[in-house]
Design a protein around this ligand. Structure first.
Ligand code: G
Ligand code: G
Ligand code: MN
Ligand code: NA
Length: 250
């Protein structure tokens, strides 16, 4: 397709850039982590969302070099932040399958000088669709370096409760659809509260995504949720725009 052809050239011609969204620790109300989010500045079409081009990158195999670029760029930018701020990078299951992620992580940490415990990898439940055993081994090896392994968009994908048993993640991020509905839909609220219980029982920190209102944040403060992320606290933006937030200056 035309977009695939354009995508091929995007890396060589520096059309990708990263935005970052803050994750706020609910105990201290300061930034504890920033999530790197990929953007494509298309020469004609303007900025294109990863929702549009990640699937094409996955089908064409371009996700491997693009994913490597994201990891390197995110860690390089994060290495200039105060030491208590971590960086979270989204890793596609296809990338995880087709690249040597362990080697990629080691090489990136070495190249950027970022401490392993300042990196989080966000994986979705689709990591359990294919080559499960191999993926679990790779996840364990990466985690042994000190990198945090995070389950992203939890609750909407392929059921992974059984895998959580063999691989307790460091953190789980409740999908934003549940946070959006929790104040007016008792079932969404029950799911949020069940995930909190699960997280607590398995020593996984629980992150709420998609927090858009003060009422949602207020409710989360009365739970064991450790961290909140969403437009209320900050939209994805260039890293320089985040420097005014509490915690970002050391
Ligand atoms: O930032 P935005 O809301 O446009 O992100 C849309 C989707 O794209 C989200 O599911 C997000 O996880 C995904 N995404 C953003 N950046 C990356 C990236 O660098 N790699 C992968 N694999 N997915 C990403
Ligand atoms: O799938 P993942 O969680 O990685 O997707 C991250 C994307 O979610 C971000 O790129 C961002 O655009 C989007 N996002 C973050 N916070 C909010 C929010 O409060 N509301 C909505 N609608 N989207 C959000
Ligand atoms: Mn994510
Ligand atoms: Na998510």
């Amino acid at each position: 397709s035309e977009l695939e052809h354009d995508l091929q050239r995007a890396l060589e011609t520096n059309q990708f850039f990263l935005e970052f969204q803050p994750l706020i620790c609910l105990k201290t109300n300061t930034v504890e982590c920033v999530e790197a989010l990929l953007r494509w500045q298309h020469p004609v079409k303007g900025v294109i969302s990863p929702n549009e081009f990640i699937p094409i990158a996955e089908e064409s195999g371009l996700i491997v070099p693009i994913g490597r670029w994201v990891l390197l760029e995110a860690c390089a930018q994060a290495s200039r932040l105060p030491e208590h701020i971590r960086v979270a990078v989204n890793i596609s299951a296809v990338q995880f399958l087709h690249d040597d992620m362990y080697a990629a992580v080691i090489q990136t940490l070495f190249q950027t000088g970022l401490a392993a415990n300042r990196l989080e990898l966000e994986l979705t439940e689709s990591i359990f669709l294919d080559a499960v055993q191999r993926n679990l081994e790779t996840m364990s090896k990466i985690r042994a370096l000190g990198v945090k392994i995070v389950m992203d968009d939890f609750g909407i994908g392929f059921s992974s409760l059984n895998y959580l048993r063999s691989f307790p993640f460091d953190r789980i991020k409740i999908d934003r659809s549940f946070i959006r509905d929790m104040l007016n839909d008792p079932q969404a609220e029950s799911i949020v509260s069940a995930i909190m219980t699960l997280g607590h029982a398995m020593s996984m920190e629980v992150v709420a995504e998609g927090v858009e209102t003060a009422a949602q944040l207020d409710m989360l403060r009365h739970t064991s949720c450790s961290t909140a992320q969403g437009f209320l606290m900050g939209r994805p933006a260039p890293l320089a725009d985040l420097t005014a937030l509490p915690g970002m200056n050391g």
